[in-house]
Design a protein around this ligand. Structure first.
Ligand SMILES: C[S@@+](CC[C@H](N)C(=O)[O-])C[C@H]1O[C@@H](n2cnc3c(N)ncnc32)[C@H](O)[C@@H]1O
Length: 231
């Protein structure tokens, strides 16, 4: 039986270690050898979003958990002003160096639970770069409140999270079905919310859901939701 009260997430420690490994192995970002495939996926995803939802030209976009900046660069190519925030200082360094020539792209070390560096109603779009499934327990509500605060009324919130039951054997070995969390190094590090619960979480923080779909994959399903801040 796990003592849940003592199992605090180690956001910085755990993700910083992953990015140091990425640097040591000379990989291009989160996902290692799958980076080109992931970039193709997000390129198509953003093209579809821009076509279907027509966000403001040159709007302000915040990417949560921008990592090595792979998706931020794709978003910036659409002409948006992109701000990436990230818990790992090594990731921020990689992303900033790689994109130093792009004026519409900047990166900061920051925890998604505290966006106090940004004024209220700063962004037209907040894009979850697969970060919110890293956020555990009470921290989730802090993050959702901050997202709502920094978005302009009517602004878009795009959530991208693993969901439902884990399928990967290694993850299942370290999975607590009560918390719905996978563990690493004794700490909860991935939250597998049920689809309905994730949708409810978005709606309960002041958003209207515009589109939702679950992508079913052999190694785990993911929710793609697009919502709008209710003014
Ligand atoms: C699955 S990775 C995706 C990275 C990047 N968006 C990409 O697709 O290449 C999730 C990212 O969220 C970051 N992250 C985890 N917890 C965080 C937190 N509390 N605040 C900000 N970023 C966090 C991790 O360091 C990691 O870079």
């Amino acid at each position: 039986m796990r003592n849940h009260a003592r199992m605090k997430p180690k956001y910085k420690e755990l993700h910083e270690a992953r990015y140091r490994e990425i640097v040591e192995k000379g990989l291009k970002g989160w996902g290692g050898n799958q980076v080109p495939e992931r970039e193709k996926y997000w390129t198509d995803y953003w093209a579809e979003f821009v076509k279907d939802f027509k966000p403001p030209d040159k709007g302000e976009v915040l990417e949560l958990g921008s990592g090595a900046g792979n998706i931020s660069a794709i978003i910036a190519r659409h002409g948006f002003n992109v701000t990436g925030i990230e818990i790992s200082p090594t990731a921020v360094q990689i992303a900033s160096k790689r994109n130093e020539k792009l004026e519409n792209l900047r990166f900061f070390e920051m925890n998604v639970t505290d966006l106090s560096r940004f004024e209220d109603k700063t962004f037209d779009i907040v894009f979850d770069g697969l970060c919110l499934h890293c956020i555990i327990g009470e921290d989730r509500s802090l993050a959702f409140k901050e997202i709502h605060r920094v978005l302009k009324p009517g602004g878009f919130f795009m959530l991208n999270s693993i969901c439902d039951e884990p399928k990967d054997k290694e993850i299942i070995k370290n999975y607590d079905s009560v918390m719905r969390c996978a563990f690493s190094d004794g700490a909860p590090y991935r939250y597998f919310g049920r689809k309905e619960s994730l949708i409810g979480e978005i709606a309960s923080h002041g958003f209207e859901i515009l589109r939702e779909r679950v992508e079913v994959k052999p190694n785990g399903d993911s929710l793609r939701a697009i919502a709008r801040r209710i003014p």
